[in-house]
Design a protein around this ligand. Structure first.
Ligand SMILES: Nc1ncnc2c1ncn2[C@@H]1O[C@H](COP(=O)(O)OP(=O)(O)O)[C@@H](O)[C@H]1O
Ligand SMILES: [Mg+2]
Length: 459
């Protein structure tokens, strides 16, 4: 048991650096579809080309150079042999001419001075190595070579019995030198390919971006971008069409519900009005006042139910003045004998659906009014967001219930507010409105002891 745990522990320690590494990579990878698809196209191309360049080219280059060097050295070996075989020929004219005309080698015979000290080996030259190896194998005399000095010519000196043979060879006679051109072609064509794929990718990705924008603006209850049309690859076009069908169905449903509720509300309101009139005719008495209050409550509740089911999908957005909205809330608190202070930072205006936004603030503040007597509102309108905190000094909401209170018809502590006109819909409606604006509502503790409601809306 404990050894198993130890093993697990070790495994986890081993996996840790790997996790860190993958996270490091993931953090540096592009997040967008465009960047990712480019990587998917470019990475294999670069990999393939590198492999081709390093494995194939290196070997090809080496073997061609080997063959060329070996041929040159064979010619030189022949010349050495002839010089040694005919020592009586001392002016070397014939052999020099043959070397020049038949082998394209420029030779001369030097006095038998000792060979210069060997050159330092160039760092990255396969030619030097291959040539030395070939001379050792085919001629087997003391030699000296210079592959670096003159860029066009190689110099080879070979110690003969009575003198020194010096050979100048054209570099490209012994060395495969057109490799660079091949590499250039390869990277050139892949650059062109990458450019072409960038162009094609842009066209493939634009419809997806348009779909994202359309879905986002629908989610926020805004108009679809103008000239939105399903476009692009088959799957993307299908997603676009499905989105349009879905949007239409949702809108139709909302519309049906709204017309039905408009009818119901009209009928009920008519009856309630009649009720009120008849109550007014009854004159003043304690029982009648109570009935009248009940009818008022009923009217409020009815309005709230209607608001909840009606939603706010069909309202147009417009610019409203935040300062005025806050002042109105202050007035409402005053009417109820509660103190409300507010503080607004940043821009004064915000683009929202005015009716819905008013209902949202009204619901939050009416809760605070009902549950406390001191309300502080701070609104910060900055960086594309409205950040609002409504603090009260009331009873607050225990942490465990802070999600539940957003559920429709959920009311905390039924006994506490038994006979007020609540429906348990206020927060549900408020959050719904915040979300259709692309924002949200959360709850926290208020520094003044009660509940803090945090409202965030992109603006
Ligand atoms: N500011 C607040 N302080 C304390 N409790 C609150 C506050 N706001 C809401 N609540 C609790 O959350 C419940 C749900 O609120 P809400 O959805 O507005 O319904 P309603 O106000 O109709 O009861 C309320 O019944 C109340 O108990
Ligand atoms: Mg409420």
């Amino acid at each position: 048991m404990s050894s198993l745990n130890l093993f697990r522990h070790k495994l986890r320690r081993l996996r840790y650096p790997w996790l860190v590494f993958t996270r490091w990579i993931a953090a540096r990878m592009p997040k967008g579809l465009y960047g990712r698809s480019l990587i998917i196209i470019i990475a294999p191309m670069v990999l393939l080309q590198s492999v081709v360049a390093f494995v194939f080219m290196e070997r090809h280059w080496q073997s061609v150079t080997q063959r060329l060097s070996s041929a040159v050295v064979r010619d030189v070996a022949g010349i050495v042999d002839i010089i040694e075989t005919y020592p009586q020929d001392t002016d070397y004219e014939t052999i020099t001419r043959i070397a020049r005309e038949k082998f394209a080698l420029n030779i001369s015979i030097l006095p038998p001075d000792p060979l210069p000290p060997p050159n330092p080996k160039p760092f990255f030259s396969i030619l030097d190595g291959i040539l030395s190896q070939q001379i050792t194998r085919q001629i087997d005399r003391a030699f000296w070579i210079d592959t670096v000095g003159d860029s066009n010519l190689l110099e080879i000196r070979i110690q003969l019995e009575k003198n020194v043979l010096r050979v100048y060879v054209k570099r490209n006679q012994a060395y495969a030198s057109n490799t660079q051109i091949f590499l250039l072609w390869m990277s050139g064509t892949s650059l062109v390919l990458i450019l072409i794929s960038i162009l094609f990718l842009r066209n493939q990705i634009r419809p997806i971006q348009q779909l994202v924008e359309a879905a986002e603006s629908f989610g926020k209850g805004r108009e679809l971008p103008k000239n939105f049309k399903p476009r692009g690859a088959q799957e993307v076009r299908r997603a676009g069409q499905a989105f349009l069908v879905m949007r239409e169905r949702i809108e139709r449903q909302i519309e049906q519900r709204t017309t039905m509720l408009a009818g119901v509300s009209h009928d009920l309101r008519t009856i309630l009005t009649r009720f009120k009139l008849q109550l007014a005719l009854l004159g003043k008495s304690k029982g009648v006042d109570e009935l009248q209050n009940d009818v008022d409550d009923m009217q409020n509740m009815l309005e709230e139910y209607l608001n909840f089911t009606r939603g706010d999908g069909d309202e147009e957005t417009s610019l409203i003045n935040l300062e005025e909205a806050l002042a109105r809330l202050e007035g409402e608190a005053e009417l109820n004998g509660k103190a409300l202070r507010y503080n607004l930072e940043g821009r004064n205006t915000i683009k929202v659906r005015p009716g819905a936004f008013g209902r949202l603030l009204g619901n939050l503040v009416s809760n605070a009014i009902k549950n406390s007597n001191q309300i502080d509102i701070s609104a910060i309108r900055r960086d594309g967001w409205l950040n609002m905190q409504i603090d009260d000094n009331g009873s607050g909401i225990p942490k465990a219930s802070r999600e539940d209170v957003f559920k429709p018809f959920f009311r905390l502590d039924e006994a506490r507010n038994q006979d007020d006109s609540g429906t348990g819909l206020g927060l549900a409606i408020a959050r719904d409105i915040a979300r259709t604006h692309g924002g949200d509502i959360t709850l926290d503790d208020s520094p003044t002891g009660g509940l803090r409601v945090i409202l965030k809306i992109p603006a």
